[in-house]
Write a protein that binds this ligand. Structure first.
Ligand code: SF4
Ligand code: SF4
Length: 117
């Protein structure tokens, strides 16, 4: 949950702007997440895999499918349809992983400095 920012360790809180749900690329989903999400959606696991998942670009696992406009198919006008059980990749951005220039695209707000454990 830490980011270096001008030498400070900063924690960010998502404002649910939805921008990262519209970026191109995989929304990686792991086996335990498939169980949890299909249960949350009250869907049979295989039906969920068949209708909501696709192979990742590197073919080494599954991703949530894209909608026709390129956004994640779980994105609705009210936000993420599976927010309480969204994949780790979604939960961990931007505090646990990010990329150069992410701050120009993400509207997460700074919520304070992380303390060393
Ligand atoms: S699963 Fe939810 S949070 Fe993750 S990209 Fe899709 S809509 Fe966004
Ligand atoms: S993580 Fe950032 S880009 Fe994604 S929804 Fe939250 S504020 Fe928006």
């Amino acid at each position: 949950m830490r980011m270096e920012n001008g030498g400070k360790a900063v924690r960010y809180e998502c404002t649910r702007c939805g921008a990262c749900c519209r970026w191109a690329g995989d929304v990686c989903i792991e086996t335990d997440e498939i169980h949890e999400i299909s249960r949350f959606l009250n869907m049979d696991e295989q039906v969920f895999i068949d209708t909501c998942c696709r192979l990742r670009a590197n073919r080494r696992g599954l991703s949530i499918r894209d909608a026709e406009d390129g956004a994640c198919m779980m994105l609705t006008k009210d936000g993420c349809r599976i927010n309480p059980v969204k994949p780790r990749q979604c939960r961990d951005f931007p505090n646990k992983w990010n990329f150069p220039g992410w701050r120009d695209l993400c509207r997460a707000r700074e919520v304070g400095e992380e303390r060393e454990a």
